[in-house]
Design a protein around this ligand. Structure first.
Ligand code: B1M
Length: 213
């Protein structure tokens, strides 16, 4: 079985076949899917982020790493079900306008779905009005906003305003997340919940659902 450092290198350097073989070998050895995700795939993207910032990696290489990670995620997907956290509810989720990052959002959507939520994923670069229209159309209980860039975080309050303008702010709980997002930002913009990772998103959605009765 490869070490997590080796798995990280496979993601970083876009070695998809080696990554998939490595993940299968780790699973065969009894390593938990959640640990492979956290210590291998997500940790690799942190290395990629640091190298991107230091201009040691550029967009095409970062994209290749992202695609490789997504291939690994597909193998883990069925194993990441959330066990006893069965909840129900409907959520409209997307990455806010101007932002093209979707790996974290996809992970959150995937885990919410496996926890019993009915998920409508609007994808990336979603206009505030498009979130509001979909909430209105589906009568969703939650709307989930993901942002990975400090420059796109302001699209979160813009989306909350669009929900108010469409007359649906009162019926929907707003959950926000993404690497630069914090609890204090969520408080500042009047979101109902903040989650630092996909597991926390399920927990918070469950709590908010229970509060709403
Ligand atoms: Co971009 N990028 N990127 N990038 N990219 C970051 C975010 C950056 C931190 C890298 C860096 O410089 N260190 C930096 C942002 C700096 C900042 O604003 N603070 C950055 C930059 C600058 C950019 C560009 C501007 C680069 C450029 O063009 N010069 C550009 C912007 C494009 C745009 O969006 N308009 C850009 C482009 C890209 C790619 C397209 C090449 C690619 C995205 C591919 C894709 O997503 N399909 C990419 C990538 C891959 C990254 C890094 C390396 C990895 C992101 C990732 O997938 N992480 C990233 C560095 C980093 O974050 N370490 C970086 C793994 C993922 C599982 O984690 O997304 O954080 P994350 O999601 C977590 C939590 O945040 C949370 O749960 C998830 C799972 O645990 N979460 C939620 C996320 N959404 C949530 C929603 C919730 C709840 C929790 O509720 C609804």
């Amino acid at each position: 079985m490869p070490s997590y450092d080796e798995i990280k290198v496979y993601v970083e350097t876009g070695q998809k076949d080696a990554l998939l073989a490595g993940i299968h070998a780790a699973l065969d050895q009894g390593q938990p899917a959640q640990e492979i995700l956290q210590e291998g795939l997500i940790a690799a993207m942190d290395v990629v982020g640091a190298k991107m910032e230091a201009e040691e990696m550029f967009i095409p290489e970062v994209l290749r790493a992202a695609k490789t990670m997504e291939a690994g995620l597909e193998v883990l997907r069925p194993l990441l079900a959330v066990g006893d956290m069965k909840v129900s509810g409907t959520i409209v989720i997307g990455t806010v306008k101007g932002d093209l990052h979707d790996i974290g959002k996809n992970l959150v959507a995937m885990l919410l779905s496996s926890a019993g939520f009915q998920v409508t994923d609007l994808g990336i670069n979603v206009e505030p009005a498009a979130f509001a229209a979909k909430v209105k159309e589906t009568g969703a209980d939650f709307v989930g906003l993901s942002a990975l860039l400090t420059t796109t975080m302001p699209m979160m309050p813009a989306t909350i305003s669009a929900l108010a303008d469409a007359g649906v702010r009162g019926q929907v709980r707003v959950l926000v997340g993404g690497a630069p997002v914090t609890q204090s930002w969520a408080d500042e913009i009047g979101a109902d919940g903040y989650a630092s990772d996909a597991g926390a998103a399920i927990k918070i959605a469950k709590e908010l659902g229970a509060l709403a009765g």
